[in-house]
Design a binder for this molecule. Structure first.
Ligand code: CP
Ligand code: NVA
Length: 305
């Protein structure tokens, strides 16, 4: 049994196969519909935080594959409060053939996996967002026809999104250049884990303070919120420190002419990204959102068939 929690637990080859399967499932869907390969199977979706894309794309994905998804919101099961995480994992394993969980503390998803007898998928934790990062690799691949040798610039907070993107970039031989203020750089442990995945010589993880240094020569410019879910109490300090890291028209003009602009959404327009860039010709943000469906179908098929 395999889980999808941390991209560093997967091989580059297995992740490549996931992208191939996603392309196959997307083509099949566009040609009239997917074969019901998950007929009769159920995905339990545990949410400790809000969601639009993750919740809807997993539910629709299960529907398209002939299965069913059950939404369990933060006030329903009381993960680790009404009942221990281990017991929730054991109980859900008796009803469902897979568990997808969105949590605060990353160890809560690993604890679920340790006690579940069905595959567990990380639908975002405070530390990582692997489903989004792999969906984004699909979007980048669709755009450029390759991943290796590209330069991905990530501008803003060195958060869960940045960690999973850095891991994916290293797996696929893409250069990853992050620009963030000193206090919001990637955690040192996450940098070490990502660098250990680098599959080709010459691919490195750059950490800059200056956003222009990261963006120069970039094929992809990525940003995310400055205040992640659970950090609301730090809003004022974060907004002040990260203001120079806005992805705006001036900044993207420093990248390669063909560069695409990405954001996992939800976007805070006027903060980390301007309306002009989010809605501009280089933006692929809604293609990214749509690709969550296709890439996660590949995860579901791979883990639950
Ligand atoms: N990008 C993303 O995970 O969106 P949601 O928080 O809406 O699921
Ligand atoms: N970094 C953001 C991603 C949301 C999809 C958060 O954790 O809130």
């Amino acid at each position: 049994m395999q889980d999808f929690i941390d991209l560093s637990a997967w091989s580059g080859e297995a992740l490549r196969q996931l992208i191939e399967l996603a392309i196959h499932l997307k083509t099949e869907w566009q040609a009239g519909g997917n074969r019901p390969v998950l007929h009769g199977k159920v995905l339990a979706m545990v949410f400790q935080k809000p969601s639009l894309r993750t919740r809807v794309s997993f539910e629709v994905g299960m529907l398209h594959l002939g299965g069913h998804a059950i939404m369990l919101g933060p006030n329903e099961i009381g993960l680790g409060q009404r009942e221990s995480i281990a017991d929730v994992a054991r109980v859900l394993s008796g009803y469902a053939q897979g568990i997808m969980a969105r949590v605060f503390d990353h160890t809560h998803v690993t604890e679920l996996a340790a006690h579940a007898t069905v595959p567990v998928i990380n639908g975002l934790s405070d530390d990582q967002h692997p489903c989004q990062a792999m969906s984004d690799m699909l979007t980048i691949y669709e755009h450029f026809g390759r991943l290796d040798g590209l330069r991905i610039a990530y501008i803003g907070d060195g958060n869960n999104m940045a960690v999973s993107l850095a891991q994916a970039a290293m797996h696929f031989g893409a250069q990853f250049a992050l620009a963030a203020p000193e206090v919001y750089q990637l955690p040192a442990q996450a940098v070490a884990a990502a660098v250990a995945l680098a599959n080709s010589t010459g691919v490195t993880l750059e950490q800059h303070i200056d956003p222009e240094a990261a963006v120069r020569g970039a094929d992809v410019i990525y940003t995310d919120t400055w205040v992640s879910m659970g950090q609301e109490g730090e809003s004022a300090a974060r907004l002040a420190a990260l203001r120079p890291y806005q992805v705006n028209e001036r900044l993207i003009s420093q990248a390669r002419r063909h560069a695409i602009v990405m954001h996992c959404l939800p976007a805070h327009r006027g903060q980390e990204i301007t309306d002009g860039v989010a809605d501009g010709p280089q933006s692929v943000i809604f293609q990214q959102a749509a690709n969550r469906l296709h890439l996660q179908k590949a995860i579901l098929v791979q883990l639950m068939r």
